[in-house]
Structure formats: C-alpha cells, structure tokens
Ligand binder design. Structure first.
Ligand code: GTP
Ligand code: MG
Ligand code: ZN
Ligand code: ZN
Length: 401
C-alpha cells in the first residue's frame, strides 16, 4: 500500500485514512459548528486550542460532509495528529529532510538562513516558488527570520524533543517547473524540516524521541562544526574566541564530529529495515558549518572559498570538487577517521562546507544576554547540501558544464 507520511507528526497512513475537519461555515439551517476540544491534538501535539469538529470521511475523495452542520468540507487532516494537510497532499510529492548535529553546530541558524535563501534567492535560480505550507509555519518562520535578520540576534539552544512536545516542523511547499500557456508542468514538493536539539544526540532517550522523524527522512543533512575537530583550532591558529560562548567552548571540547557521526550511524542502523552490518541507503549530506572561521587558512583556489554556482541545476562538477577537497582536508586534520566511517556505512554521502552567517559573530560582552550577529548576514554555499539531496531525490536536475 502506498503509505503517506504526515509532514507534521511523521506518522504514516494510507490515502483513504485521511480525515477531514469541518470548515465552520454557516449552514442553510441552524447554527454553524463551533470549535471544541480536540483530544488527539492535546495528546499528540500538546496543543490545547479549540478546533472545529473532526469529520469522518474517505481521503480518496476530496471532500466529506459534516455530520453536525451538514456542510461539505475539503479540509483534509492527518488521522494521527489532526494537523491540516497541504492541499491535495496525496497527489503531490512529499519529502522529509532531516537535519541533525551536535549542540552548537549551527543547525538553527542554518535552517533559518537556508529557508530565507530558498525563498528569496535560490528559488529564482531554479524558477521555483518556496512558500510556507501552513499558517503556523509562515508565522513562526517569519518571527525567526526577523530575530536573525532584522534584530541580528542569534537563536538560543533548541529545547529537547521531550521538553518541547508542541514544537512542530516547518513545512514548506516548493513549486518547480514552468507554467506553459496551455499546460502547467509545475511540480509541487512538500518539504518538512525539523530542527532537532543537539542535546538529543547526547543520550539514548533523546535519540529515541527523534527516531520516528529520522526513520521517515528521505535525505539527511548532518551538520558538523569543523572547529570541534581535534587539532583544527591549532592548525588554523584560531583564538578560542571564534567559539563565542563558554558553553560552546565546553561543548567543543567534549564532543568531536567522529563521536557525533558514530552515534548518528548507530541510530540509523537501528531503524526498521536497517541493520548493524548493512549499508545505510538514505542519502546523507555531511556538511561542515562555520567555514568562515577557516577561510584565511585555506588556499585561495580552494573550492570552499568559491561562491556556489548559479546554474538552474545541481552542478555535479563543482559538487565533486568540494567533496574531494573536504575529504583531503579531513585526512590532513584527523587522519581520515570520519571518511573511513562514512565509506564503510553509507552508500550515498557527500561532503560540503558552508557558512550561514559569513563571519564569526562577536563574543558575548560581559552582562550581554543574547549573542548577536556581527554585521549583515552573508551566507556562503548554504544551498549546496540541500540541492544535492534534492538532486538525489530527483526533484531538481543534475548537470555538468
Ligand atoms: N562562525 C560562525 N559561527 C556560527 C555560524 N552559525 C552559527 N554559528 C555559531 O554557532 C552558535 C550555535 O548556533 P545554533 O544554530 O544555535 O546551533 P544549534 O546546532 O541549533 O544548537 P542546539 O540548538 O543547541 O543543538 C551560534 O550562536 C553562533 O555563535 C556560522 O555560519 N559561522
Ligand atoms: Mg538549535
Ligand atoms: Zn500527523
Ligand atoms: Zn460542521
């Protein structure tokens, strides 16, 4: 059976299991339906707000009739968490992109910057329109965007999945292709991004809370902080102040990328269908964040210092050059342990190097509560891992110049 995955709770269901919600319109006779308690949302999402009544129906049909007000409704909801599904959800592609990485590796900053870039700039490169798929995503994303871009304030540590049950992923709709005069070749893809807490990677319990999310992923971005690779700070002659807070410096000391990758690999091997001796099939983009801190120490012709190509497809030649360069750096930095682990366990992986901010943010001043961005945000190569994943998932084309 063709199982669909909810982009909000990652539960699986068949098309016919999709449920409906009353639209609350005034009926010809009597009163319109009023919002009421929704115990499913209370239990699954910790959301206690009142909702219009749930309407039973067959998801293969695009509408159902409310038993109370007798109005027809086309609002489709997930049978597990009662979240409203994107329009025609069962008819369009949906892809889950998971992102994981250690505490302070830069996941929250990266996610905001990547989505901002997809909406404002990269979309144009691909003639793609990227929009929030629901009201909450649009509101919450705008608020995170404002905090980072307008107020210049960096995010606080993301709370663990257990501590923050109500936190939902951002769900975006990407529409790619051309609208021709007589025929639309527009393809819609629903993307679900869940910003995990690095802290969840530190314990088995935390990992278990995130397993459902990882097990549904079509592609994974593992974000690694190169400044936490042993010897890198010394090799590049960096001052500890490139890790702006004491908490970050402490985290950098205690958890190196090879440890993180080992734990991530164990998680993926425990998923259904996987096994300790089986290669992992999900494409994994291994992206080093914060490369702005390393620029000065890299040769001028390093592919990591060149801007991302502007082609309307994933540039395979550039991608391979970056991959080979990062691989060589890893052998120099830590003797290729990371590369050996990935080669042994992953069928499809690729290295990337990116900077979300474009510069090292200034250290916290005494008494300062929240860390701020130095100047304007100048992202570098943030789209690469994402476009590579989409090219593996056949959402965007691959090309060589
Ligand atoms: N130099 C540099 N530092 C960055 C960049 N992005 C993030 N940082 C630094 O890394 C810190 C942590 O970034 P977050 O995005 O909050 O990290 P996270 O992975 O979400 O961390 P948790 O939520 O605790 O798991 C920021 O406060 C910045 O100091 C970057 O592009 N360049
Ligand atoms: Mg975070
Ligand atoms: Zn759901
Ligand atoms: Zn009704």
């Amino acid at each position: 059976m063709n199982k669909l995955t909810c982009p909000y709770c990652y539960g699986k269901f068949a098309e016919k299991e999709i449920t409906f919600r009353c639209g609350g319109l005034r009926p010809i006779e009597g009163d319109p339906c009023a919002p009421e308690r929704d115990r499913v949302r209370e239990q699954i999402l910790g959301d206690n707000t009142y909702q219009l009544p749930v309407v039973a129906g067959n998801g293969k049909r695009l509408s159902a009739r409310c038993g109370k007000c007798h109005n027809e409704t086309t609002i489709q909801i997930c049978p597990h968490c009662h979240s409203q599904l994107p329009v025609h959800y069962s008819k369009i592609d949906n892809r889950m992109v998971a992102m994981i990485g250690a505490k302070f590796s830069g996941k929250s900053v990266y996610m905001t910057v990547l989505l901002h870039e997809l909406i404002h700039r990269v979309g144009r490169r691909f003639d793609a329109a990227v929009t929030g798929a629901d009201e909450r995503t649009r509101k919450e994303f705008s608020s995170e965007e404002r905090t980072l871009y307008t107020e210049g304030v960096l995010p606080v540590t993301t709370r663990t999945a257990a501590a923050d049950r109500g936190r939902a992923p951002f769900v975006f709709r990407v529409s790619l292709g051309e609208r021709k005069r007589f025929r639309s070749t527009l393809r819609h893809t629903v993307l679900s991004f869940f910003d995990t807490a690095g802290e969840d990677l530190e314990s088995d319990k935390g990992v278990a809370e995130n397993v459902r999310y990882l097990s549904c992923a079509d592609g994974i971005i593992v974000l690694l902080d190169p400044l936490t690779v042993p010897n890198v700070m010394e090799k590049f002659g960096l001052d500890p102040s490139v890790l702006p807070s004491a908490a970050q410096r402490e985290a950098a000391r205690s958890d190196s990328p090879i440890n993180i990758l080992t734990r991530v690999t164990e998680v993926l091997q425990k998923l259904p269908g996987a096994g300790p001796n089986k290669m992992i099939d999900i494409p994994v983009a291994v992206a080093f964040s914060k490369v702005d801190a390393l620029w000065e120490g890299l040769p001028e012709d390093s592919p990591l210092r060149q801007p991302a190509p502007g082609t309307p497809y994933f540039d395979e030649r550039d991608g391979e050059a970056v991959h080979a360069h990062v691989q060589a750096l890893l052998y120099d930095w830590e003797g290729g342990q990371i590369d050996a682990l990935l080669t042994k366990n992953y069928r499809t992986f690729r290295y990337f190097g990116l900077s979300a901010l474009g510069a090292v943010p200034p250290a916290l001043a005494p008494g300062q509560q929240r860390q701020k961005v130095g100047g304007t945000i100048q992202p570098h190569r943030v789209e690469d891992p994402f476009l590579w994943l989409l090219s593996r998932l056949k959402v965007v084309a691959t090309g060589k110049d």
